[in-house]
Every structure is written in C-alpha cells, then in structure tokens.
Design a protein around this ligand. Sequence first.
Ligand SMILES: Cc1cc2nc3c(=O)[nH]c(=O)nc-3n(C[C@H](O)[C@H](O)[C@H](O)COP(=O)(O)O)c2cc1C
Length: 468
Amino acid sequence: MPGGTDPRPLGGLDDAFGAGWLRMIALEPAPQEHMVPLRDARLVRVLGLVEDALRRTGDGSRRSVPSAGALYPYDVVVVGGSGRRPQVLRPDLTRGICAALPLSGAAAADLRAALDEDGGIDGADHVVLLARPWLSMRKYGPRGHLYTQLDAGHAATSLLGTALGQGPAVLRLRVPRRRISACLDPFLPYREVHSVVSVEAARKDDQVRETTVNLTSLPRRDVAESMERFCWSQIPEALRDGGDRALPVTSAPVVVVDDAPGGLRRIGRHEWRLLTRLRQSCKRFDQQEQPADGVAAALEVITTALPTDLPDVTGGDGGVRVSVLTGPGPIADACRRRLPGGDIRLAVSDAANDPAVVTRLCLGQRHIGWAKALVMFHLRTERLLRAGRPQDVRDALFRASAAAHLIYLGAARNGVAVTAVGGFDTRALRSVAGIGDGEEAVYLMALGVEAGTGGKLDRLAVAHAHGE
Ligand SMILES: Cc1cc2nc3c(=O)[nH]c(=O)nc-3n(C[C@H](O)[C@H](O)[C@H](O)COP(=O)(O)O)c2cc1C
C-alpha cells in the first residue's frame, strides 16, 4: 500500500473503516528534486542517448517511440561512468528527472559484472531496459503483457539505432536476468529485464559537455503495491525470468530476407535520429490513393542489419514471417517488384481494399479502415510456444517489434502514414491473408495516407500526479 504513514491520530474514527480508507487513498509525498552538475562525460553521453532515443523529440510532446495506449510500460537504468565504482542512474522518462539508485558498492559492482559478461564491447556503458507489465496490463488485461513486450522492443530498437549513430553499440536479449534483477529489485520491483544496450564508452577527449541533471533525492519505490503484485503473480515465472545462455553478437536483419542490399534501402546510422524526430502514428487514414511505390519503399528498410545476439535463423523456420496484405492494384505491383523476399511475402486480396473489412480485421477501429496495406507478423504456433523455451517468445516478439520500428522510420522517410495495431482479429486475418491455422499473429501494422487530423490523443494523457 503506498503511503499510509500519516502520523495524525484517527480520533473517533472506527479503525477498520476509517484507517482502512485513509490507507486506500494515501499517496507518497513528491520526491525532493535538486539540480546537480554532472561532469562524467560517459554518463552525460548515455543520458543524452536515452533522451534522444526514448523521450520527447517531436511536435506536441510526441515521444521518439510508439506505445500501445501511450503507456510506455518500462523503465531504463543506466549503469556506467568513468569512476571505479559504477553509477546506477534511473532517468524518469515521464517527468524528466533522474534518480541515483543507492546500490551498495558490492551490488553495483555485481550489476556491472553481470552486464559486462559476454558484453561484446569492452568497458562499455550499459542501458538496461526493464519492462513493467503492470502499466499495460491494468488497462488491457492479460494481453497487456504482449503489448509490454512489443513496446519494449520498440524502445530497445530505438536505443540501439540511436546509439549506432554515435559509435559501436550492441543489443542483447540473452543476459543474466536473475542476477540483474537481484540488484535492481529492491528499488524497481515487478520489472522484467527485457534487454541491454551496451555502448562504447565516450573517450576523455570526446566533445561531451558537462550537463545538469535534475536528481531526485530518494528513489521512489515506484509501485502500486498490492495490485501490481497480483498482476505480477499472473505472469508465468518462466516468461519473466527465463532465457537462453549468451550467444555472440552478429549484425543481421531481424527478419530473414533473400537479398539484403545495403545502399539506400536500409536506415543509415546517421539518419536514425532525424527519422526518429519525424516518426509518428497515424490518427486516421484517408481514402486518397497512395503513391504506388511508397508502401514498398517504407517496407524495404526491414533489410537494415542490427547488431544483436539473436540466433541465425536463415534456412530454418525460427524467424518471424511477414505477410503484406494489400488489394490488387499499383501498390501490390510495386510490392511484387520491390519486396526483398525471404520471410516477407505478399498477399493480395480484394478484401484489403474494403474499409469495412479492414475495420473488422482491426476489431472495429474505424480510423484504420482506409489503410492501403496491412503488415502482419506471424510464426508457427508450435515454434513460438515450446515448453521450457521462453526465449523463443522473447526473440519472436523482439524481431516483430524491431521490424515494426524500422517500418515506422521507413514510413517517415517516404511520407507514408503508419500505425502499429495491437488489437486485431487473428482468425479473420489468417483467412484474408491465406495463412494456415497453425500460425500465430503477434503484431500488425497499417500503412496508408494520413487524413491530416494531427497526432494521436492518448499520448497527451500522461498522469504526472501519480508519478507515472
Ligand atoms: C504495441 C502497440 C500497439 C498499438 N495498438 C494500436 C491500435 O490497436 N490502434 C491504434 O490506433 N494505435 C495503436 N498503437 C499506436 C499508439 O496508439 C501510439 O503509438 C501512441 O498513441 C503514441 O503515439 P505516437 O506513436 O504518434 O507517438 C499501438 C502502438 C503499439 C506500440
């Protein structure tokens, strides 16, 4: 129960009734904030990276990354710095403040050792992404766990791509989860370690200026205790903690493609920040015709190679497949010509040109009805869900969300409107796209022409009062 520390006597109040109610409505006092200079070039650089990759960079308080319901159900912890004892900072992405987590020297050292293990980059600084399923599950129920993973996948991809614009960086999904959680749990409980992005440390002579951070005096135990604990108890433990042993980091597209041409099709490292600023979700699609090549050009960026510890699935059936569903016409012709093959297939159906059908496929979301193409991420259910293999689920959801994130950037580059779609009718989609019953759809995107009605409204509703 939050708060409940008000020392006033309850007077004549009936204890069970009055005290119980006061406990229910209690809130924590706001943490003390004070501005402190931060001179450590390494930390300044990593905090700047988190700001660029995840926080506000666009118009109208738009964040750099999409999120189902604009809930951003994750936290970020930065571990690094040039001192002998690593600093452990938690930038608060909503309020723009930062907390120094007071880990003991031993715990901080253990955390860094866990993150350095098989790190791929010597002496790196690390950004740990902690998924907090409660924030999504309290709105969307159990399915919120899927959205949490997808949201975190977007965030991880944005961190990696933005970091690559500055220098060497890698993303790992296979990290010692329990060991990392044991260090962070006392301050940030009910979080799943999603991934770690490790970046080459800034050199002393790098042009990183001193900055000032708004540091909170105390880390808040930022949880809605009993309800969040209950929500946490609903998530299978294997899914929360489980994971495979380390694999080497290799650079490859997250979806298997036949031809992986470099050149202009992929997102260039120095382009990433600009496209992140331009990215946004479409609020309503317009009936207007789409320039024929736009959708295909937006999708080609899936060929971008990312340095991750995902296993090589070329030639097998372990990857995520992508079905591009569109109606007959110039968009289908352009996709036929330009899509890079491999696990990306084209499904042409008259149904995709009917806004009533598209609305139904998206569970009644009328604003999506006039989308010109749907991009479906799916894989064989028996391959996704194997007993004792939670890493398969993690990998698949990461592949889907990373590919979706690239498409967001590709759409921004090509002036195509796009939105991620978490609410869809899997069975109907399978039938329209001609996919067998044994396939599980994990994510959907819609592309088309923006109706010019501005950004989505849910991102304007951030609740600061309760620290979220
Ligand atoms: C996993 C996920 C699921 C989403 N599902 C939907 C959806 O079903 N319908 C919709 O209109 N938008 C959906 N969105 C888009 C969000 O509403 C959007 O990202 C959020 O409002 C923030 O706006 P922005 O992306 O323009 O910054 C989804 C986004 C994500 C990442």
